[in-house]
Ligand binder design. Sequence first.
Ligand code: ZN
Length: 286
Amino acid sequence: MPELPEVEVLKRSLQKKIRFCKIIRIKIYNRNLRYKVPYSINKNLKNNVVNNISRISKYLIFHINFSKKLLIHLGMSGTIHLINKKNFKKNTNTSFYSSPNLPLKHNHIEFFLEKYQLIYNDPRRFGFFKIFEKKSLSDFFNNVGPEPLNNKFNINYISNYFINKKKNIKSFLLDQKFVSGIGNIYASEILFCCKINPLKKAKSLTKLDIKKIRYFSKSILNQAIKKGGSSIRDFKNVEGRNGSYQNEFKVYQRENLNCLNKDCFGKIKKKVISKRSTFFCNRCQK
Ligand SMILES: [Zn+2]
């Protein structure tokens, strides 16, 4: 699943290519996503210009003609592909879990832009497209927790949130109402750097634990963005370069390998927590 860093890399890639491009028309191949793609999308957006592309948490926002916003979420397996009209054979992957050969049957929606065709492909169909007028978009984000890079995700916010909470910290890091943008990969990496056991109850975290959670959530996501995201299965940016943060993983998919912390002779364990694989060292993560 693309997490905040991959969506940020995608946003930057799209900004370079399609900012200020006019949408000529939009074709729907399959409306069935998490929410049905509105039939009106073509009528609503054609002949308008994509003025900007921004990101909040794992959501991409296309700012259309300064009046409407198109919210895109990639769900579990959504990918966005740009095809340069001048060179039809060159298929540029811009998103997570991409394959150079587009499985056509999973193409849901296609934007015909001035210079490019933008295709949204999503085999598992958990992504979505929604159009918002300016104000209603902020209402949507009222129900989404702050992202780790936002100042609202601070020590006071986290401490207050955790009062009397019995659920484990790993589940909270994946809970998008508490903090948005962290997914399964980065949650394991963050807790390893904090030396906090993923099963530790939120209410029993110390002030120091909370400081570490805030610090490492921020720094790990920023490092991942710098490295172009994590390429688990062929994620590429529009220049065709892979992300490289997967080479920095300290615990994710390292089951039974040696712990990388100095002076620790433990092995990385894998445990399913809230139905998601969690990787950690039970010697140095207390
Ligand atoms: Zn260890």
